[in-house]
Ligand binder design. Structure first.
Ligand code: NAD
Length: 425
């Protein structure tokens, strides 16, 4: 199968997600008048762990993979953040994703700090047995720093409920007792929460709805979604179900376009059956880079970082961008989009539905009492709507973009806890 075209080359700073995170943190710290020492704490991950992950492959050979776990902050509570399996995983990427988790948890006001993990591997070429052995050995490698009260992983790109189940089992065997609350995004029946699988996509839909209301844009609107996984696929389904027209979608293999609107359930059925968007019949196949530039009102990048950059931002036609992915827009692109008057709902708000329901899962595990899906979704909606309103109110108060508004809100909440806790010396 054909691979997606790599992100067009940009400057090395623009390509480095951690630099990108700092380029948003710095102005927020300046507006909040944080002292330089506090800024240094916020800019520096609290803990970075690199582990070798030896795995016996099916052909009998022994491969050694590299795994990371970064805890950016535990100031507001135990660290929380997903685990990514991908060839593009790097320490700087994991550091950026960990810091974004810190700000995100603060924006939606769940009592967690931020973390992220990743293993450099290509899961698409690995068997289930190889993936299980990789997951168990990676879990054992980072075991000392995780736990229900320390750091709670979750799924991210190319990881799923099954991987969380193996992770939880490995941890539980080591500590000699069942510990479902050590990860979230588990299968229901193993301590998973109803509504967790759909939480990020549902949260994206709530945010699109609020953004359209805020910008006084009458629906139905045309939507383009990049990425058709947990966030993009499910997000597209909620938009379709709520009467909007999804005119473009993509996955790593193909980008598809139908100006009359895609039949999203049919697209997802094709994807589930063939594992790729390639060959979907009722749409035109287009180059990946054209997808983001399609005529539409709402664009949802829900794949990976650095997709909207200084190279293509001026060609974006959407009036609203809702960042399902983490870090899809660079700081350089932000400036161009702002000049064009595009309303960008930043990642640390837009995709926070996942961590919000992960928090609900952790709470339910610790109570050993599980909620109905309706209750989970209603609580999620309350959190997302309140957080959207908090972010736009902060942006209005400081006359900034919603992105800076979200940083101001999140960073101030973390800085407040730092001030109150003082420095352990
Ligand atoms: P996933 O593995 O379920 O899906 C990723 C999708 O993106 C797949 O369809 C894949 O084919 C596609 N993709 C990957 N690279 C691409 C490229 N270069 N061009 C086009 N498509 C590409 O992952 P996910 O969980 O949906 O995560 C997507 C993004 O959302 C990531 O940035 C992740 O950090 C973020 N996120 C996920 C969650 C969650 O709950 N899963 C929560 C918050 C944020």
């Amino acid at each position: 199968m054909a691979q997606a075209v790599a992100t067009p080359p940009t400057s090395s700073t623009e390509n480095n997600p951690y630099e990108q995170m700092l380029r948003r943190l710095r102005p927020a710290a300046e507006i909040l008048q944080l002292d330089e020492g506090t800024y240094r704490i916020l800019a520096t991950p609290a803990k970075e762990l690199t582990v070798a992950v030896p795995v016996r492959m099916d052909d009998g050979s022994l491969q050694v993979f590299t795994g990371y776990r970064v805890q950016h902050s535990t100031t507001r509570g135990p660290a929380k953040g997903g685990i990514r399996y991908d060839l593009n995983v790097s320490l700087d990427e994991v550091k950026a994703l960990a810091a974004w988790m810190t700000w995100k948890c603060a924006v939606v006001n769940v009592p967690f700090g931020g973390a992220k993990g990743g293993v450099i591997c290509d899961p698409r070429t690995m068997s289930q047995g190889e993936l299980e052995r990789l997951t168990r050995r990676y879990t054992a490698g980072i075991l000392d720093i995780i736990g229900p009260d320390r750091d709670i992983p979750a799924p991210d790109v190319n990881t799923n409920e099954q991987i969380m189940a193996w992770f939880m089992d490995t941890y539980s065997m080591h500590v000699r007792m069942p510990q479902p609350a050590v990860v979230t995004g588990k299968p229901i029946g193993l301590g998973g929460s109803r509504g967790r699988r759909t939480a990020t996509g549902l949260g994206v839909w709530f945010v699109v709805r609020e953004a359209l209301r805020y910008r006084k844009m009458e629906g139905p609107v045309r939507v383009v979604v990049q990425g058709s996984g947990n966030v993009g696929g499910i997000g597209a389904e909620f938009l379709h179900r709520n009467g909007h027209k999804v005119v473009g979608m993509s996955d790593v293999f193909a980008a598809i376009h139908n100006p009359k609107g895609l039949d999203v359930p049919k697209v997802l059925e094709h994807l589930g059956r063939t594992r790729s968007l390639e060959g979907y019949p009722d749409a035109e196949r287009i180059p990946h880079e054209r997808l983001l530039e399609l005529d539409c009102e709402v664009l949802i990048p829900a794949a990976v970082e650095n997709q909207i950059t200084s190279r293509n931002a001026d060609r974006i036609k959407a009036r609203v961008i809702v960042e399902g992915a983490n870090g899809p827009t660079t700081a350089e692109a932000d400036r161009i989009l702002e000049q064009k008057g595009v309303f960008v709902v930043p990642d640390i708000l837009a995709n926070a539905g996942g961590v919000t329901v992960s928090y609900f899962e952790w709470v339910q595990d610790r109570m050993a009492y599980f909620w109905e899906e309706e209750e989970v979704n209603q609580r999620l909606e309350r959190v997302m709507v309140r957080s959207f309103n908090d972010v736009v109110a902060t942006a209005e108060k400081f006359s900034t973009s919603p992105r800076l508004g979200a940083y101001l809100l999140g960073v101030e909440r973390v800085a407040y806890c730092l001030r109150m806790r003082g420095l352990y010396a």
